[in-house]
Design a protein around this ligand. Sequence first.
Ligand code: ZN
Length: 280
Amino acid sequence: MASPDPALLSLNTATVRERWNLAQMIDGCARHGIRGISPWRDKLDELGAQEAARRIRAAGLTVTGLCRGGMFPARTQAARRAAIAENLKAIDDAAILDARCLVLVVGGLPAGSRDLAGAREQVKEGIAAILPHARACRVPLAIEPLHPMYAADRACVNTLWQALDLCDALDPKRSGALGVALDAYHVWWDPELEAQIRRAGRTRLLAYHICDWLVPTTDLLLDRGMMGDGVIDLKRIRAWVERAGYRGFHEVEIFSVRNWWQRDPDEVLATIRERHRRCS
Ligand code: ZN
């Protein structure tokens, strides 16, 4: 299979978050010929959305997504309303950045709860509540299904199938306002993956995140691998995604407390470029 277009490479800022601030990340992308960037909101707060948008535009970068909205389920009505208010703000920031989407990590079980079905219902209600504002701001919402090991504390939407059912329920006309962020790390194991990518199609595939699954994985959250160092058949998944009509960026998102976060970010970005070409 042909190597991916290097112009489609994007940096999720989590990958270098321990050593660089957002301004350094923007400069770093420009220096390494990386054309896309996906900031997290904590980093965005360093500069403010307006100033960040100005610098990102000046560097010629595309914002491939803003991370993140979501975290809808909560024990009380008031907390659920606060989560929705926070999401509306995130949509505003994404609009200022002209982001391709706002990524939704939907949230897990409220503290002390065992009601997974109830949490999933709260997610549906939360997305329904923010969708009109997202439409008005022209910010597509991208539901990111997370690996089931995060169902309790991060996201109770765990497969692409489940995320697409939500999309179909809330946006039956496939308007483009609601879709998915497909992260290979979270979904590579799913026997339904190819079929569900086909089902998603171009209108629902809003972002594509890559890294690798290490064997063994020593930390549930912070031990993601560089492309090529693990067991995910990234070329095959890219082929499925492209066959479904996706032409967007390939966003590299690596949480790696003991390895990549320890290294010089310039080395990390150079490695990303090389592995993107060779291993994804
Ligand atoms: Zn992701």
